[in-house]
Design a protein around this ligand. Structure first.
Ligand code: DC
Length: 216
């Protein structure tokens, strides 16, 4: 059984910076599941389907070959062999990703890929439901939060238009795999912390939980 370090939290909570830094410091692979949901959203739009129609989204997904793997330590997802990376932060993707993420078939397909990736390598995996649904048995679960004001400022500083309050509302209220704090997750409020500060807390907890570092 490989090691999975689950990092969940709302939009712009700082979880990506923390997860990336952890993957470098611990020398393990990095899976940003949000980029997979974003890639599928871009693909649905690219195929001309309505992101709010469960049927249209499901039809597109069923007709698409999804391929995932690792490029060095970073996980990728290809859609019919196409790379979505340049489009992941498009405004249209920001606006529609929560709707597409509600669709059961989307979640089922991505879950299979996330499980397979974690069977290949030790990973730090970030998302919304990694500790609660995708890997409920991992002992290494973190929920990174920050105040709504700071999260909005962080997105603005990145020059992005992203209605994070709307996304959080949809992500938290959907029936399947909503954003919740897993019972046994360590909650870290990053509002007044640096990335290094959060990473330090995570590593401290990993050691307390008996994870021997560096991982093999
Ligand atoms: O982490 P992010 O903001 O890039 O994620 C984009 C969207 O993807 C998020 O609003 C909801 C969805 N998502 C999800 O439903 N489950 C995950 N594990 C990761 C992301």
């Amino acid at each position: 059984m490989k090691t999975v370090i689950a990092i969940d939290g709302p939009a712009a909570s700082g979880k990506s910076s923390v997860a990336r830094e952890l993957s470098v410091r611990l020398d393990i692979a990095y899976v940003n599941s949000g980029t997979f949901y974003r890639a599928l959203t871009w693909w649905v739009l690219h195929e001309g389907a309505d992101p709010n129609s469960v049927k249209e989204v499901s039809d597109v997904i069923a007709a698409t070959e999804l391929r995932s793997g690792f490029n060095g330590p970073i996980a990728f997802l290809l859609l019919n062999g196409t790379e979505a990376t340049p489009h992941l932060r498009d405004n249209e993707v920001n606006r529609n990703v929560s709707a597409v993420s509600r669709v059961s078939l989307v979640r089922e397909h991505l879950m299979t890929h996330l499980h397979r990736l974690a069977s290949e390598k030790n990973v730090v995996m970030e998302g919304r439901d990694i500790g609660s649904v995708v890997f409920p048995d991992t002992p290494y679960k973190f929920y990174i939060d920050a105040s709504p004001e700071v999260r909005v400022q962080r997105r603005q500083a990145q020059g992005q238009h992203d209605e994070i309050a709307t996304r959080d509302r949809i992500d938290s209220s959907r029936p399947n795999a909503p954003l919740i704090i897993a019972e046994d997750a360590l909650v870290i409020d990053s509002t007044h912390l640096t990335i290094d500060g959060v990473v330090g807390e995570v590593i401290g907890r990993l050691k307390l939980r008996g994870l021997s570092l560096p991982l093999q």
